[in-house]
Design a protein around this ligand. Structure first.
Ligand SMILES: Nc1ncnc2c1ncn2[C@@H]1O[C@H](COP(=O)(O)OP(=O)(O)OP(=O)(O)O)[C@@H](O)[C@H]1O
Ligand SMILES: [Mg+2]
Length: 315
């Protein structure tokens, strides 16, 4: 079975979603064939590794894999590897290219010692090799390396960009993903396209139609639309309707405390239409329920009593 994570990895700069400023700068570097050492920093699954690979493919064409080496966290991060494998690659001559590129994926996990050794190699072999570090946090890289690198920040992808990614996969794989399901995919993956593409692949083996409820269940996340509906039912005075939805969450194994904290997010956002005075009461009640749970009250009873309170606000 093809892994979608590889199948849907962009091959050109134009296929990379979002990250426009960064991608334009990388493109310009590739055009001029002038590449600096770099730190690519940003959250998981937003295109850091992909951009480094696209850069190598653009620069080196069919020779790209000879001139490009990727080390990820599962490779040995010990000093001996840096001094062996990495040094060997960095100092040997590039093939039909002015330099080689070595990518340290998940470089956050490089030890201080390894980074010190790399820093020296960056100077020694800057004639033949460029170093790229992909990290979640720039500050996990020692200052002397940071100061030798151009720093590129990758951002979380927007809802619209994530939807484009989903639509493309859905069309190619002939699977159905409706609006609610898209929303759910965006919500549970939080803009991490690696997590998203893996989730889509695993769900598509079960059914050609990907449903919102299944997405929330399989990721253990709360179905926000359903919870919002429960709140709205309660606010309209329909306690029993709300209670049925709440019970279905509990049956799925979602804890009352988690629900209370999600309810808090929903109530405090502007999604829910409620007059401001009432919103204040509701928040106070939530805080009270939370406090009682911490003090040892039964979470399920606190949750039910909160929804009973919401229903009582009507009229
Ligand atoms: N900006 C993007 N445009 C299109 N696809 C993307 C983008 N970002 C990520 N993807 C998809 O997600 C997969 C993983 O992306 P990538 O390996 O580049 O993430 P990363 O930023 O390096 O994450 P990590 O910090 O976890 O290493 C890619 O194979 C691709 O399918
Ligand atoms: Mg990566």
């Amino acid at each position: 079975m093809d892994l979608w994570i590889e199948k849907y990895r962009p091959n050109t700069f134009d296929d990379i979603l979002g990250q426009r400023d960064t991608v334009e700068k990388l493109k310009a570097m590739a055009d001029r064939k002038e590449v600096q050492h770099m730190i690519l920093s940003g959250p998981p699954g937003v295109g850091k590794t992909t951009s480094a690979i696209v850069l190598a493919k653009t620069l080196f064409g069919s020779q790209w894999s000879h001139n490009f080496m990727e080390l990820n966290a599962s490779d040995d991060r010990k000093l001996s590897v840096i001094q062996g494998k990495v040094k060997e690659f960095a100092r040997s001559k590039p093939i039909d290219a002015p330099f080689k590129i070595i990518l340290f994926d998940e470089a956050d996990s490089l030890t201080q010692e390894a980074q010190q050794a790399l820093r020296r190699m960056m100077e020694e072999y800057s004639g033949t090799c460029r170093f790229i570090f992909s990290v979640n946090y720039q500050n996990n890289i020692i200052e002397p390396i940071q100061s030798r690198c151009a720093i590129f920040r990758f951002k979380s992808l927007s809802e619209e960009e994530v939807y484009r990614f989903i639509d493309n996969i859905a069309a190619t794989e002939e699977i159905k993903v409706d609006e609610d399901a898209k929303k759910a995919l965006f919500y549970v993956s939080r803009g991490d396209l690696r997590a998203l593409v893996n989730l889509m692949q695993s769900l598509s083996t079960v059914s050609k139609k990907i449903e919102a409820d299944v997405i929330y269940k399989s990721s253990g996340a709360v179905n926000i639309d359903k919870l919002r509906k429960a709140i709205e039912l309660a606010l309209s005075g329909d306690y029993l309707g709300a209670k049925a939805l709440i019970s279905s969450f509990i049956e799925e194994g979602i804890g009352p405390r988690e629900l209370i904290s999600e309810v808090f997010d929903i109530i405090t956002s502007s999604d829910i239409k409620i007059d401001e005075k009432k919103r204040g009461y509701v928040i106070e009640k939530l805080a009270e329920a939370e406090y009682r749970i911490v003090e040892g009250a039964t979470p399920f009873i606190q949750l039910q009593s909160f929804f009973a309170f919401l229903s009582s606000l009507k009229g």
